[in-house]
Design a binder for this molecule. Structure first.
Ligand SMILES: C[S@@+](CC[C@H](N)C(=O)[O-])C[C@H]1O[C@@H](n2cnc3c(N)ncnc32)[C@H](O)[C@@H]1O
Length: 225
């Protein structure tokens, strides 16, 4: 059911623009707004790093990571999203794409990553109590976990319903997502053995839209749990 929902979403979501405002053909965007916010420097990626994206969608951020010389591995539930990623980026960047639930992928994967990231991706749509231990298993000590998503609506915390709209004659599809305020995220990450956790809401750019972007980062601490 969830797979169908994300395939439906894939049909509604356009491909990334050919170039950004700076004229670049690949770029990293943590936010829901074009040409806004920090870039891939957040991940500390260098040539030869192994980087995993959970819920890579159409692959725009992952393709940029690949052009920095990293091994770029993407996981997504939706075949439609992954096909769009292949169609768009196969001439630009070498991406290793897997169709899987992020939890299943992490459970069966034997590789270790220098960074794991998710942009409005699977980290938002899986209970962190299940996902963070699985990410820990695959991050090298000192490796970086970073993710972004919409901040919670005031008073709406924990598991929430997200609606993917369809035609006027069809009910929307529902997926679960997990929303917490920044201090709660840093606590959750500490509880799961991550260190140096930071979480803050990046303000929206000047304009009519006011909702910012929650950006969360932490490094993989020593295996003390
Ligand atoms: C809102 S889209 C964001 C896609 C992409 N990161 C971007 O910035 O455009 C969420 C993506 O996460 C994927 N996703 C959701 N739950 C997932 C899960 N449990 N495992 C893997 N991928 C998942 C969806 O298929 C979808 O492509």
């Amino acid at each position: 059911m969830t797979e169908t929902a994300w395939d439906t979403y894939a049909q509604q979501k356009p491909q990334r623009r050919p170039v950004n405002a700076a004229g670049e053909t690949t770029w990293f965007n943590w936010t829901q707004y074009p040409d806004h916010g920090p870039g891939a420097e957040i991940l500390g990626v260098s040539r030869g790093s192994a980087v995993l994206e959970l819920g890579c969608g159409k692959g725009g951020n992952l393709a940029h990571v690949a052009t920095l010389g990293a091994r770029a591995v993407g996981v997504d539930l939706s075949l439609a999203q992954l096909r769009a990623a292949e169609a768009r980026w196969s001439d630009t960047a070498e991406l290793e794409l897997h169709q899987a639930d992020a939890l299943d992928f992490l459970a069966h994967c034997t590789d270790t990553f220098d960074a794991v990231f998710s942009v409005f991706g699977a980290v938002w749509f899986i209970d962190p109590a299940r996902l963070l231990p699985a990410i820990r298993e695959r991050l090298r000590p000192g490796g970086m976990l970073a993710f972004s998503q919409r901040p919670p609506a005031e008073g709406c915390y924990g598991c929430q319903a997200s609606y993917i709209t369809r035609s006027e004659d069809e009910d929307p599809l529902v997926v679960k997502r997990w929303d917490y305020e920044p201090p709660r995220w840093t606590r959750i990450l500490r509880q799961h053995g991550f260190t140096g956790a930071t979480a803050h809401v990046l303000p929206a750019p000047v304009g009519p839209r006011k909702i910012g972007t929650l950006l969360v980062r932490a490094t993989m601490g020593p295996a003390t749990l």
